[in-house]
Design a protein around this ligand. Structure first.
Ligand code: PLP
Length: 393
């Protein structure tokens, strides 16, 4: 079969590859522990499920407006006002089938052939692929580990070319869990403004933050930065609604109109009942979101110390999301492996622990561990990892 040149350039998802290998081992009867999950392990709160079920019984089972129900846009507008004190209008909001597809639509609406998008490393695996699918060119800027994996305005400045159209900021970050401070965001935003770059601010992990961390949206820092920014967010991670596929973008009216038009020819609209569920999620919080956040924080605090006590393992403590992104280069070398990818494969083969190699996120010395699974499971995985390191050292 002769496939398109477009899909030939796609890199298979490293997250899915390790999950497939872990599943195959499990099917053979092995006791595999998977730390690859990219979704909360909680069920969707029941008040959301009830609202969606009621909407179907009431007959809301038909097409909706392509960019989302007016009532959902109202709920999103109120959320922005309450959380970030930003005022958006309906024509500045587009609801789509998950933040991933919203981002896909955004790059389709924004990019022409060869337009460049600056992507800080480590990055979420879909950004480069989505940029390439839109004909654009990903330009990587190293978020240095010693700077908490964040890029500086100077680095951004150096990466800008005449073809640069946008920069992606993902805070809290997948895979590192790190967050930009208000001051750092302001400086990045001002640099973006100077070069007229759109800031694509992926804030999907906004609600999962720990300790003293405070989340800021670059769009809330000044009216000019609001203009310069498109915020992407959704309910998948905050409300444990990954399967419902509701995400949204907030930004410039022309961009939102173009994205809505594209969606009208691709998805038609996000699933009606999911939109009713999302309205409930944003208007009837019963404490479930905070309960889940606390559970993640407890896990992080319990497992972090154990992780950094392992020989050859270093880890910047995350401030948000539900991932740890330790540097295991030394551990891999001490165990006699040529690189971290090989170390990860052997860990799965020998100890049946599945973690995601950092190479897929543009950081080959690191691995990503998800703590979106029970404490018992994570602790058992770390014990096996320790056993593995001891055995090979
Ligand atoms: N952005 C980041 C950084 C993510 O990690 C994910 C999901 O893994 C998404 C966006 C997509 O979320 P959604 O489930 O709403 O498509």
């Amino acid at each position: 079969m002769q496939l398109s040149k477009r899909v030939a350039t796609l890199t298979p998802s490293s997250t899915l590859a390790i999950t497939a290998k872990a599943k195959a081992l499990k099917a053979e009867g092995h006791d595999v522990i998977g730390l690859g999950a990219g979704e909360p392990d909680f069920n969707t709160p029941s008040y959301i499920i009830e609202a969606a079920a009621a909407s179907m019984r009431e007959g809301h089972t038909k097409y909706t407006p392509s960019g989302g129900l007016p009532a959902l846009k109202d709920a999103i507008i109120d959320k922005f006002k309450a959380d970030q004190q930003i005022d958006y209008t309906h024509d500045e909001i587009m609801v789509g089938t998950g933040a991933k597809h919203v981002l896909y639509t955004l790059f389709q609406a924004l990019l022409d052939e060869e337009d460049e998008v600056i992507i800080p490393t480590p990055y979420w695996v879909s950004y480069p692929e989505q940029v390439k699918l839109a004909g654009g060119k990903p330009v990587y800027v190293d978020g240095l580990e010693k700077n908490g994996f964040k890029i500086t305005p100077e680095q951004l400045e150096q990466a800008v070319h005449s073809k640069t159209k946008a920069v992606i900021i993902n805070s809290p970050s997948n895979p590192t869990g790190n967050m930009y401070t208000k001051e750092e965001l302001k400086a990045i935003g001002e640099t973006a403004r100077k070069h007229n770059l759109l800031v694509v601010s992926d804030e999907i992990y906004e609600k999962l933050i720990y300790g003293e961390a405070v989340h800021y949206s670059i769009a809330q820092l000044s009216p000019e930065l609001k203009e310069q920014t498109v915020v992407v967010n959704g309910v998948s991670k905050s409300h444990s609604m990954t399967g419902w596929r509701i995400g949204y973008a907030a930004g410039n009216k022309d961009l939102i109109k173009a994205m809505t038009s594209l969606a009208s020819h691709s998805t038609s609209n996000p699933t009606a009942s999911s939109q009713y569920g999302a309205i409930a999620a944003y208007t009837k919080d019963d404490g479930a979101v905070e309960h889940m956040r606390q559970a993640f924080e407890e896990r992080l605090n319990r497992v972090y110390e154990k992780l950094v006590s392992l020989p050859g393992v270093e880890c910047v403590k995350p401030k948000g999301a539900f991932y740890l992104f330790p540097n295991v280069k030394q551990a891999a070398a001490d165990c006699g492996f040529a690189n971290v990818d090989e170390w990860v494969s052997a860990l799965l083969e020998e100890e049946k622990v599945a973690v995601v190699p950092g190479s897929g996120f543009g950081s080959p010395d690191n691995i990503r561990l998800s703590y979106a699974t029970s404490l018992d499971v994570i602790e058992q995985a770390l014990e096996r990892m320790e056993q593995f390191i001891t055995k090979h050292s």
